[in-house]
Design a protein around this ligand. Structure first.
Ligand SMILES: C[S@@+](CC[C@H](N)C(=O)[O-])C[C@H]1O[C@@H](n2cnc3c(N)ncnc32)[C@H](O)[C@@H]1O
Length: 178
């Protein structure tokens, strides 16, 4: 199935930036929903693994079904606010992808990175923003928000996802453990 940037923020992001997704990447995916994006990622990361966290039962049922076909998807029925609860099932990862529209979305990213993201690992955060017109203003707000919460991230890029998602920016950051 074609990966549609209108229905996947990850696909929308890839229309803006080319990133190196190695096939053996270990990914923690926060907010995997029913696995529509995860199903595409599972093919790209064919030799890797996707730890897919979702806390809503309805999409989780589909995610579990998907994981029976796509063996590198590990469905985890947990709240991403409490990474210590799924820590026994997740190893250190190279990549955290987060698509969770919650007020404390940056805090969730920080907590998870602290436990699971390897040094030099990458965070791709789909940050839900107020609709702001000026690109520079949006960039400033987004990077201020992530920096405010964790100084250990080096922001690589902040990209608007228009025309596909007008209320989100993608933040690509690198994690630098002390
Ligand atoms: C925008 S949807 C994700 C769409 C998905 N990334 C895709 O591209 O197919 C956001 C998902 O995050 C989940 N979610 C929100 N808060 C969460 C939390 N604290 N822990 C785990 N999942 C959460 C919601 O249940 C929802 O399924």
């Amino acid at each position: 199935m074609r990966w549609n940037p209108q229905t996947s923020k990850f696909a929308a992001f890839l229309t803006k930036k080319d990133i190196d997704l190695r096939s053996n990447t270990k990914m923690l995916y926060l907010g995997a929903a029913s696995g529509s994006t995860a199903s595409h990622l599972s093919k790209i990361l064919a030799d890797g693994v996707i730890y897919a966290v979702e806390f809503s039962w309805k999409p989780m049922r589909k995610l579990v079904e998907l994981s029976k076909r796509e063996k590198n998807i590990i469905p985890l029925f947990f709240d991403a606010n409490r990474p210590e609860e799924y820590a026994p099932y997740v190893e250190m990862v190279d990549f955290i992808y987060q698509d969770i529209a919650q007020k404390n979305q940056v805090e969730i990213a920080n907590k998870n990175a602290e436990i699971f993201l390897a040094r030099g690992g990458v965070l791709l955060l789909m940050l839900k923003t107020r609709s702001i017109d000026a690109v520079e203003e949006t960039k400033k707000i987004a990077s201020a928000e992530i920096k405010r919460l964790d100084e250990k991230f080096n922001i690589i890029d902040v990209l608007k996802l228009d025309p596909f998602y007008k209320d989100h920016v993608a933040i690509l950051a690198n994690y630098d453990h002390p």
